[in-house]
Design a protein around this ligand. Structure first.
Ligand SMILES: Nc1ncnc2c1ncn2[C@@H]1O[C@H](COP(=O)(O)OP(=O)(O)OP(=O)(O)O)[C@@H](O)[C@H]1O
Ligand SMILES: C[C@@](O)(CCO)CC(=O)[O-]
Ligand SMILES: [Mg+2]
Length: 305
């Protein structure tokens, strides 16, 4: 049996703008998906979503990995079992984490000799196949770990602060929100394009603030980024409640992370405010997850093959 795991991600800056090649800062966070794999007679995929064979309804991402690897390197059967602490479909990159952890598990079981760059780009090809369009950011950050400036893929200093995620538990479709921004941009290009470019500028400024460990200013600019995300129509009442409660409870900054319209927000917080912020997120109807950046991207946790 082999176990591989991969982390979730949050954007400190730049979701949506990154779709238009603006700068963003994305961090791998210490919430992981673990994939166990062993040889078996058939293909079995087991997760909280169900137990299936190759099944593009219930396990589209994992099924795509299983089939693509089989074409490259034939094998009889495997049993894959997935355990995850990443909420599914909430903007934290659960799909990327399950994809890269599954590829890593196959890489070790079948001794495919893939390096991390190839795992990341293979992972991106799977996300594109299943979703249609997908940015390479999620699979890259989940594979490599750390704090990454996009599009340069340059590793930055990790924030030495806590990240508190608030999950609204409201379903949101990344595809629909990306389409909503595209539609606004096509109707009001002279208004929306500068907003996206300002998000990119906030992100670039964020790079030097991280370098200087100036978290007060970093939080302030995250709040500016949130205002701009509201301006392009990806906010919602539930997210606003969690974001404003976190700020009232002492967060240095708080904003949507991911596509918005539901899903999650992220607050930057010093140690002394963690409890108050978590409590206020709960009181405002959300589920808090206290985490931080991890340098550990995809990795092998166990291998006795
Ligand atoms: N633990 C898991 N087990 C099996 N499949 C999973 C698991 N986590 C995620 N998935 C797959 O990923 C899909 C969710 O991916 P989706 O891209 O919609 O959300 P996300 O990756 O959490 O958010 P985002 O891409 O906006 O960051 C699920 O429907 C499922 O197919
Ligand atoms: C909204 C978006 O920018 C981030 C979703 O996590 C979409 C993408 O980059 O593919
Ligand atoms: Mg995803």
């Amino acid at each position: 049996m082999i176990t591989c795991s991969a982390p979730a991600k949050v954007y400190l800056f730049g979701e949506h703008a990154v779709v238009y090649n603006e700068s963003a800062i994305c961090c791998a966070v210490n919430i992981r998906t673990r994939v166990n794999i062993e040889y078996s007679e058939n293909i079995v995929i087991n997760s909280s979503l169900g137990t299936t064979g190759i099944d593009y309804e219930i396990h589209p991402y994992v099924s795509a990995v299983v089939e693509k690897i089989r074409k490259k390197s034939p094998y009889r059967g495997v049993s894959i079992s997935i355990e995850s602490d990443i909420p599914v479909g909430s903007g934290l990159g659960s799909s990327a984490a399950v994809v890269v952890a599954t590829i890593c598990a196959f890489n070790n079981l079948l001794k495919l000799g893939m390096d991390k760059e190839s795992i990341a780009s293979f992972g991106h090809s799977i996300e594109k196949e299943i979703q249609g369009a997908a940015s390479a950011t999620d699979t890259y950050v989940s594979t490599m770990g750390g704090t990454v400036a996009i599009p340069a893929r340059q590793h930055l200093k990790n924030p030495l602060c806590n990240l508190i995620i608030g999950n609204t538990n409201v379903f949101s479709s990344t595809g629909q929100l990306v389409a909503k921004v595209a539609s606004l941009k096509s109707i009001y290009p002279e208004v929306i394009t500068p907003i996206l470019s300002t998000i990119g500028k906030a992100s670039l400024r964020g790079e030097s603030l991280l370098e200087n460990e100036d978290y007060r200013s970093l939080g302030e600019l995250m709040n500016v980024n949130q205002g701009l995300l509201e301006a392009i129509g990806v906010g919602c009442d539930e997210l606003s409640r969690l974001i404003h409660s976190s700020r009232t409870a002492g967060a240095l900054g708080a904003k949507i992370t991911g596509a918005g319209g539901g899903g999650c927000m992220v607050a930057l917080a010093e140690n002394e405010n963690i409890d108050a912020i978590s409590r206020e997120i709960k009181n405002a109807g959300g589920i808090p997850i206290v985490t931080g950046v991890t340098d550990s991207g995809v990795r092998v946790d166990f291998d006795n093959e």
